[in-house]
Design a protein around this ligand. Structure first.
Ligand code: ADP
Ligand code: MG
Length: 209
């Protein structure tokens, strides 16, 4: 369990910023953990703002909602720099689904932290092919605190670190939930990839005849 180095500002303490990153596969509890940390900051009477990419409207246009149905009000934005003005009067900034933002997110998070804001970023570390996703690798590098959370493999019950896409689409961004993705461990993820390749080859062969 992550314990904040400091939740409130205390009476005499100067404002100090830093970056926390919460990563993992789909269903690993990233959003739940983000909401937990932000709620604790609110209890400490911190001024909190939450942002998410405008393209992610799966559950709600404005709320950040976990698979467990906990939610928190957020502001959808298209580009990371849109955070700078509203976040300047905040103590804590939360960002969900950060993998969907472009690389400028790293600079924006650094700027906010440099100016004394505690920045908590949650996002997928890998895409459906197991490749590092968007700005996440760079954010992991610059963050003071990194938490990797894990889902449960729906096939074997092992620890899951991959988001396996059940549909054949080859787009990196395909919004969807239990109908499109499932959490898998390394072994079951690899098996799924191999089954898909084998199926693709069989379909291509059949089309020739
Ligand atoms: P994330 O933001 O990482 O996608 P959430 O915080 O939204 O995850 O949801 C986590 C919740 O998802 C868990 O508390 C659990 O109730 C539910 N869940 C559904 N499928 C799984 C799974 N395969 N492994 C773990 N939790 C799962
Ligand atoms: Mg989430």
């Amino acid at each position: 369990m992550f314990i904040e180095p400091r939740v409130g500002n205390g009476r005499e303490l100067p404002r100090r910023g830093w970056i926390e990153v919460v990563v993992g596969s789909m269903f690993s509890g990233k959003t739940e953990e983000l909401i937990r940390r932000l709620n604790r900051a609110k209890i400490a009477r911190q001024r909190v703002e939450i942002f998410k990419p405008a393209l992610d409207t799966r559950y709600h246009a404005e709320d950040v909602v976990s698979h467990n149905a906990t939610s928190i009000r957020s502001t959808p934005i298209a580009f990371p720099h849109e955070m700078l003005l509203p976040a300047s009067s905040c103590d804590v900034v939360g960002i969900d689904e950060a993998q969907f933002f472009d690389q400028s997110l790293v600079e924006v998070c650094n700027q906010l932290a440099d100016h004394g804001v505690r920045v908590i970023v949650a996002g997928l570390d890998m895409d459906y092919q197991g490749k590092p996703f968007g700005p996440m690798p760079a954010l992991l590098a610059v963050a003071e605190y990194v938490t990797k959370v894990h889902a449960v493999c729906v096939r074997c019950g092992d620890i899951a670190t991959y988001s396996f896409r059940k549909t054949p689409s080859a787009e990196q961004v395909l919004l969807g939930e239990t109908d499109s993705y499932e959490a898998r461990c390394r072994h079951c993820f690899l098996e799924g990839q191999q089954e898909r390749t084998a199926l693709g080859t069989a379909v291509a062969e059949a089309a020739k005849h």
